[in-house]
Design a protein around this ligand. Structure first.
Ligand code: DTR
Ligand code: ZN
Ligand code: ZN
Length: 482
């Protein structure tokens, strides 16, 4: 079922219901209330903070920071990547040659909506060396991640594409986003309808800043704050200091929200937003104290719900969710080279992509003679995993074979490919027609046998002496691969 969030709860505190640009419908009840802002689901601050706790743990385990080029950055990338994959995203690590230690950007696109109209959301995932970077910019990274996970879980009908990015090396000069934008073809650039940036969204002495606040792209972000009665200002402090600049410089519309860095809150701002006048928005900016203790829940919650509002109002349609396939199936790795006599395994993963979890019966087909392939356990409940085991007998014919793993669920059937290559240039029949070595056969000088992808010449009398085993040189000579 679709979540339809009204702003009734927050509206209770407002003297005035603010007209909302992004409103798609008014409440159907007879009580006059604030119009529904969008169909956006509520993003839970608790969920976002759970990601922040993980980023803090990553920094703790990596010398106290997550800067690009160090272990804390790589581990942050792995954390976000794994969360997205589990949710059903195809995630791309884009190596960035111009970034410190060639640190990668991470890009994930939700497969729905018009591919010619792409709304992008991004946050830099690196920190400075001085600290764990939980507000700068764990906050934006975790927020964008939670919105991406929520989109996947809701699986709504899409109008536009939504692409999420976590940038490398922002702190050394916006290098990750600069590389990404520089690599776009003119056609790819033209497809991006806008880029929304989230950098430092949970500052403890928060301001409510919107980048390029009077542009059409900013309207859905601003309208969220308008609707909850929080005044916003242009993000003057952040101009040219975060990844939206890479997009703006390439002529792509950009916006975003921020709660402020080291600049000081004015008396007028303290009056309208609360907090401390004449103190920095974030007193731990670029410092060791930028930890999970440096996060303010209120600006964080507002920013992530503004994000969701922007995504749902700009890219989610009014129709019902597409009839879901229900689950996805993948095999990793998707290929292996297996010598005769050898074996390989691969992980078979399923993910529930819509509705509730379902039992999925797993099977594998397409194995040629001499190759056995099994998948176990079966069935699994979607969300679960199994193992594909491939065993190649000594007499298997060299070649490349496509195996098909089939998952039969209650709402759909999915397949995934696994390619197995048995090496050796042997003509059909295996080792030129020479029989496979047998442990029970008696061999005499001059006999030949095929074993482990090699041809063996018998030089003495033997039974049960395995060619290639230690000491077998006494009775077998190796005549090379076959
Ligand atoms: N992104 C910050 C730079 C920055 C400085 N001031 C602001 C204000 C709002 C957002 C960002 C910033 C950094 O990464 O250091
Ligand atoms: Zn930052
Ligand atoms: Zn910074």
């Amino acid at each position: 079922m679709r979540h339809r969030r009204t702003l009734t709860a927050v509206a209770a505190t407002l003297a005035l219901a603010v007209p909302v640009i992004a409103a798609t419908s008014a409440s159907a009840t007879s009580t006059p209330t604030v119009p529904t802002l969008t169909t956006a689901p509520e993003i839970s601050v608790t969920d976002v903070k759970a990601h922040l706790a993980q980023l803090q743990a990553i920094a703790n385990g990596n010398g106290g920071n997550r800067y690009a080029g160090a272990g804390g950055y790589t581990a942050s990338v792995s954390y976000v990547e794994q969360k997205l994959r589990t949710a059903g995203y195809t995630v791309t690590r884009q190596p960035c040659p111009s970034c410190t230690a060639q640190s990668p950007n991470l890009i994930a696109e939700w497969p729905g909506g018009d591919a010619d109209q792409v709304l992008m959301l991004g946050a830099h995932l690196d920190s400075v060396r001085a600290g764990p970077g939980i507000n700068d910019n764990g906050s934006g990274s975790a927020g964008v991640l939670q919105v991406a996970l929520t989109l996947a879980r809701q699986h709504p009908a899409m109008t536009r594409r939504v692409r999420f990015a976590w940038w490398a090396d922002e702190e050394q000069g916006l290098r990750g986003s600069d590389y990404y934008v520089g690599r776009l073809s003119a056609a790819e650039r033209a497809r991006i309808t806008g880029y929304l940036n989230f950098d430092m969204i949970a500052s403890r002495n928060a301001g409510y800043f919107v980048n390029n606040i009077n542009t059409p792209l900013a309207a859905s972000l601003k309208s969220y704050y308008d609707a909850i009665g929080v005044p916003t200002e242009e993000n003057v402090e952040g101009v040219n200091r975060s990844d939206d600049a890479s997009f703006r410089n390439a002529g792509i519309a950009s916006s975003g929200v921020a709660a402020g860095a080291s600049a000081r809150k004015t008396a007028a701002q303290a009056q309208k937003w609360g907090g401390t006048a004449n103190a920095s928005y974030d007193s731990c900016y670029h410092s060791a104290c930028d930890t999970t203790a440096n996060i303010a829940d209120v600006p964080l919650g507002r920013a992530v719900n503004a994000m969701a509002t922007a995504v749902w109002s700009q890219a989610v349609g009014d129709g019902p969710p597409p009839a879901g396939d229900g689950f996805s199936l993948s095999v990793s790795p998707s290929s292996a080279t297996v010598e005769p006599g050898g074996s390989a395994t691969a992980a078979v993963s399923t993910v529930t992509t819509s509705g509730s979890a379902q039992p999925v019966r797993l099977s594998v087909s397409g194995a040629p003679a001499g190759v056995s392939a099994t998948v176990s356990p079966s069935p699994v409940t979607s969300g679960g995993s199994a193992t594909l085991s491939v065993a190649v007998s000594a007499s298997a014919t060299a070649g490349t074979y496509a195996l098909t793993v089939t998952g039969t669920g209650t709402s759909a059937t999915q397949t995934a490919r696994f390619t197995v290559t048995v090496p050796g240039g042997t003509p059909p029949g295996g080792c030129g027609g020479v029989s496979a070595w047998s442990a029970t056969q008696a061999y005499a000088p001059g006999d030949r046998a095929a074993h482990l992808g090699r041809l063996w010449n018998s030089t003495w009398y033997s039974t049960g002496a395995e060619p290639g085993a230690p000491g077998s040189w006494a009775v077998w000579s190796d005549a090379g691969p076959c």
